[in-house]
Design a binder for this molecule. Structure first.
Ligand code: CP
Length: 322
């Protein structure tokens, strides 16, 4: 049996970031504070370079726009070299294992790996085999975890609402296959959100026992009533594993966020979506572009959160080497 795995070092700081599970409120709040500070530096101007001399390798085995681009920009803006391997054109396509790919790049003095993979367990395996000062960061793992997305969602809510207590957060759509929903739930529960609702048709609802403490709704209208935050999710047909949900127009009729439906939420409710959006399916275009939408603010916060995580890892590494 493998020894227990910890992504936190003896000083209570991150050595890796694979999941938000098990991370305490103080650590999450520190990362959000740090990200707020990084927002001043998300433009092209160089910032003090805490990652000077680092090489950060991005290995994305699933499609991505936001996560990959923001990790790459974060690394570059912190002074690191960003190595962007096209996994589908790498030697993995010739049968090389993930472990051998990582070991190969580690031999070239990579300091951190950012990995997105459809297979559950790859991130922990990578972290277990990493050399002592190499960090592994999740860019999204199967349906399980997307920790930096959870952090950027929490940061956006904190900026817009100024608090987590006394907040009702409604997360709606394909919860069953959503790593975004799992990480948002974990972050918000840890940070003290008063009520988290998950809203989905039965075939897209997660198993009982998942999302502890969340209230479950099988009606979008009911689940939106009185919400302060509305987070819509895309139906992830490509991931398999769920019973077929109604498609296109039918889904929009029953499960799409329209302006009329949004009026059930509180008047100052914010509308979130991790992207990519399917306009006219889970969200109407006028809502996505409307005054309550903070969807592109989430994207901006993504760079800051990834800068915060990388800076934290670099400081933790320096502290361990003293
Ligand atoms: N939210 C998110 O993970 O988007 P990408 O798939 O574009 O990275």
């Amino acid at each position: 049996m493998s020894p227990p795995f910890s992504q936190v070092d003896a000083n209570g700081r991150l050595r890796h970031l694979i999941t938000l599970d098990g991370l305490g409120r103080d650590l999450l709040a520190e990362l959000l504070d740090r990200a707020d500070g990084c927002l001043r530096h998300t433009g092209p101007q160089p910032v003090p370079a805490p990652l000077a001399g680092w090489s950060v390798a991005h290995l994305f085995a699933e499609p991505s726009t936001r996560t990959r681009a923001s990790f790459e920009l974060a690394a570059v803006r912190l002074g690191a070299y960003a190595l962007n391997l096209d996994v589908m054109l790498s030697s993995r396509a010739k049968g090389e294992t993930v472990e051998d790919t990582l070991r190969t790049l580690e031999s070239m003095q990579v300091d951190a790996f950012v990995i997105r993979d459809a297979e559950a367990g790859v991130l922990e395996r990578a972290a277990r085999q990493a050399a002592p000062e190499v960090s592994v960061v999740s860019g999204g793992e199967a349906h399980l975890s997307h920790p930096t997305q959870g952090l950027l969602d929490a940061l956006t809510i904190r900026q817009c609402k100024g608090r987590f207590d006394d907040l009702v957060v409604s997360i709606a759509g394909d919860i069953r296959r959503s790593r975004v929903a799992r990480s948002a739930h974990r972050a918000l529960a840890t940070l003290g959100a008063t009520e988290i609702r998950i809203i989905a048709p039965p075939e897209l609802m997660p198993d009982a026992g998942e999302f502890p403490g969340a209230r479950r709704y099988e009606s979008l209208d009911e689940g939106l009533t009185g919400a302060d935050v509305v987070m819509m999710l895309r139906v992830q047909r490509e991931r398999g594993g769920g019973a077929p949900a109604p498609g296109g127009d039918d889904y929009h009729r029953d499960w799409g966020l329209t302006a009329a439906r949004l009026r059930r939420a509180n008047r100052d409710a914010i509308v979130m979506h991790p992207g990519p959006m399917n306009r006219g399916v889970e969200i109407a275009s006028d809502v996505a572009d409307g005054p309550q939408s903070v969807i592109f603010r989430q994207v901006a916060n993504g760079v800051a959160v990834r800068m915060a995580v990388l800076t934290h890892l670099a400081e933790a590494r320096r502290a361990r080497s003293r």
